[in-house]
Design a protein around this ligand. Structure first.
Ligand code: SMG
Ligand code: MG
Length: 367
């Protein structure tokens, strides 16, 4: 396969409701889509970088810059390219994993579409539908939170994740437990605490949570191992797990019992697959994270979440959780699950007319 050109398209999409985390509130997304144009057909990628470098150091404008000026030129110059070559081909460039993941995803989609193979078959997935959870942002009050959670449970979501931060942790968790009984429940702090909060975080142990996700900063892996000695709730890492090596180290150190896999965060679906395989070997359960993806990223994530070691419900919610209208056919919750696409490649189609309506810029990068 030969990569002939890459179309970088920025689209703007409003969220159905504001999404507040410990690092800020999102009302809409500025999304970078990557189309790989090859001699065997096109493929789509989605970059999960946000507008600001607040979840991690990456942000969408930088992702586009590094793709145009550094990552795409060697890939476009390569006489032959497969998705499996993208990671190696870009190894000399440090970091920028979300940018790297987006082009690898597009190349993989083109490759698999051209040979009629679905993402889920390529991953060796074992399920035809995946259990879905929902990530619930920080709310202005507990009554409002309870209304939101109740609405999602009515829709059938199989697990609830509450975003927490100092000042919004034990009380909202207690309120949700009291109102909704033993619903599968977990929390995500997005690095908002420090090790000195360990005794306070241990108060969450009373609520039988599935896990506490990324309580401490990304580079404090050892501190997570220390925290795990004080807090009984299983620690799950998200931001800290940037590669299969980071995953192996964190597991060995006792920093986490569970891992949230996000293909964008680790440089692509192929590295995500390696993390899945490592975790399966080490008997560490994994679950699919979410970055408010459109139907494109969601299709890949749902396909991967059908792999064997994804034993916990993911942040793979229905399209309607995020957007009034998706850029692909919407993912619809059926009995708390999403069906895994089985058509070639990502298995979804882009609504080109709608895409044009919400496009803010396009750039064609050629050899
Ligand atoms: O896609 O449903 C989703 C969002 C899930 O909470 C979610 N993601 O740290 O896990 C996380 C956050 C990161 C994204 S915040 C913009
Ligand atoms: Mg998280």
């Amino acid at each position: 396969m030969k990569l002939e050109a890459v179309e970088l398209r920025r689209i703007r999409m409003s969220l159905v409701a504001p999404f507040e985390t410990s690092f800020g509130t999102q009302l809409e997304r500025d999304i970078l889509l990557v189309k790989a144009i090859t001699d065997v057909g096109d493929g789509w990628g989605e970059c999960v970088a946000g507008e600001e470098p607040d979840y991690s150091s990456e942000y969408v404008e930088a992702a586009q810059h590094v793709l145009v000026h550094h990552l795409l030129p060697p890939l476009l110059a390569s006489p032959s390219l497969a998705a499996a070559d993208v990671g190696d081909g870009l190894r000399r460039f440090h970091g920028h994993r979300m940018a790297k993941a987006s082009i690898e995803m597009a190349v993989l989609d083109a490759e698999l579409r051209s040979r009629g193979e679905s993402f889920t078959h390529f991953f060796g997935a074992v399920r035809t539908a995946v259990d879905c959870g929902v990530s619930v942002g920080i709310h202005r009050s507990i009554p409002e939170l309870l209304t939101t959670v109740g609405g999602y449970l009515d829709q059938g979501y199989r697990r609830v994740k509450l975003k927490i931060k100092p000042g919004w942790d034990v009380e909202p968790v207690r309120a949700v437990r009291e109102r909704f009984g033993d619903v599968p429940l977990q929390v995500d702090a997005n690095t908002a605490y420090s090790l000195s909060d360990a005794v306070h975080l241990a108060e969450l142990d009373a609520f039988n949570l599935l896990l506490i996700e990324q309580p401490l900063p990304e580079d404090q892996v050892l501190a997570h191992a220390e925290l795990a000695k004080v807090v009984r709730t299983p620690v799950c890492l998200d931001e800290s797990i940037t590669s299969v090596q980071a995953a192996a180290d964190a597991i060995q150190l006792g920093a986490c019992k569970i891992i949230n896999i996000k293909p964008g965060r680790v440089g692509g679906y192929l590295e995500a697959q390696r993390i899945h395989d490592l975790c399966a070997l080490r008997q560490v359960p994994v679950w699919m994270g979410g970055m408010l993806e459109t139907g494109l990223g969601r299709a890949g994530n749902v396909a991967m979440a059908a792999m064997a070691d994804f034993t916990l419900p993911g942040d793979t919610s229905a399209s309607s959780r995020y957007y009034h209208r998706d850029i692909t056919e919407p993912f619809v919750l059926v009995d708390g699950r999403l069906n895994v696409p089985t058509a070639p490649g990502l298995g979804v189609n882009v609504d080109q007319a709608y895409l044009e309506e919400i496009t803010t810029s396009t750039l064609l990068v050629t050899r």
